[in-house]
Design a protein around this ligand. Structure first.
Ligand code: ZN
Length: 312
């Protein structure tokens, strides 16, 4: 009998490391990437479609090269729920004179409305329009980043209180759907149990602190997940670029300790590990990925679509 341990990421570490960054602010995402790239940190940018006035499709591809792109829904709307259902105001929308008790059509975009929240006027869409904007976001992104490249969805604001909307987005076939909220270390840094409602560990506020908890988290034999968020503008607006740089230097470029990958890559890797067939005489890797294992304490790699024979 051999001692077979297949719960390793590339580099024979159990700890993955990634980020999830929303809204696609080009100048600030550039600042963010300029800190991540030299430190070898990968992650996922969640964009609300593309803006052809700013970058061409090729320009977008080059700009975000090496990172995953997820769909954050065109126009970044709230969903129309019963408590947001107000009479439709008429006349052109003017923030200064609009009635906060009414929703106003956004000019030029059928199915999109302005509605008043505690923090100001925000966009809102009824369910069918919302779903259309979800599809539009993905279409625009895939036009730039490639057909079939957008497999992750991130709710704008947060998961909306509409089970039918959620079901319809799940039915679109996204491999994962992210909601909003800091998990910190409450799940023991486990990989998400439900990928249709996963969330990140920490935003900019306790970044280093929760990173330190992850680093110190003891090996329990399971694959681990650390993901930080949430917007490039959080670092800009709070004067935290230097803090982020320090964090990236402390946690990046340590391939023995962490596997740096995008959110989608980490989940795909987990799927491949779960699909391994470990028998008494052999381990079959039917996936497209090279997997990392230890057999009787010895490091081995399991090539894609291959069978690794265990010696007697
Ligand atoms: Zn957002």
């Amino acid at each position: 009998m051999h001692n077979v341990d297949v719960k390793f990421f590339p580099g024979w570490t159990r700890k993955s490391f990634t980020f999830t960054d929303d809204d696609g602010n080009l100048p600030l995402d550039k600042k963010f990437m300029d800190i991540m790239r030299p430190n070898g940190i990968k992650g996922t940018f969640n964009l609300c479609g593309t803006d052809k006035n700013r970058l061409s499709p090729e320009g977008y591809r080059e700009f975000y090269r090496g990172f995953e792109i997820a769909n954050h829904c065109k126009f970044h709307p709230f969903a129309l729920t019963p408590e947001r259902d107000r009479p439709i105001g008429d006349g052109a929308f003017d923030e200064k004179t609009a009635d906060p008790g009414k929703n106003y059509p956004v000019s030029g975009v059928p199915g999109l409305y302005w509605f008043r929240t505690e923090s100001g006027w925000r966009r809102l869409a009824p369910r069918e329009d919302y779903l259309r904007f979800v599809r539009q976001g993905k279409e625009e992104l895939e036009e730039a980043f490639g057909e079939g490249s957008v497999v992750s969805f991130v709710w704008p604001y947060c998961m909306q209180d509409d089970p039918e909307l959620f079901a319809a987005i799940r039915a679109m076939g996204y491999k994962n759907i992210r909601k909003t909220g800091n998990l910190e270390d409450k799940t023991g840094f486990s990989l998400p149990a439900d990928r249709t409602q996963w969330s990140y560990n920490v935003n900019h506020i306790r970044l280093h602190e929760v990173g330190d908890l992850y680093r110190a988290y003891p090996d329990d034999g399971e694959l681990k997940f650390f993901c930080f968020g949430l917007h490039s503008h959080d670092y800009e607006n709070n004067g935290l670029w230097e803090m982020l740089r320090q964090f990236a230097e402390d946690f990046g470029n340590r391939p023995e300790e962490f596997w740096y990958a995008t959110v989608g890559e980490i989940f795909d890797y987990e799927d491949a590990v779960r699909a391994l067939k470990v028998g008494e005489a052999a381990i079959a890797n039917d996936s497209d990925l090279t997997l990392y294992a230890k057999i009787d304490g010895k490091r081995v790699t399991l090539a894609p679509h291959s069978v690794y024979r265990l010696e007697n």
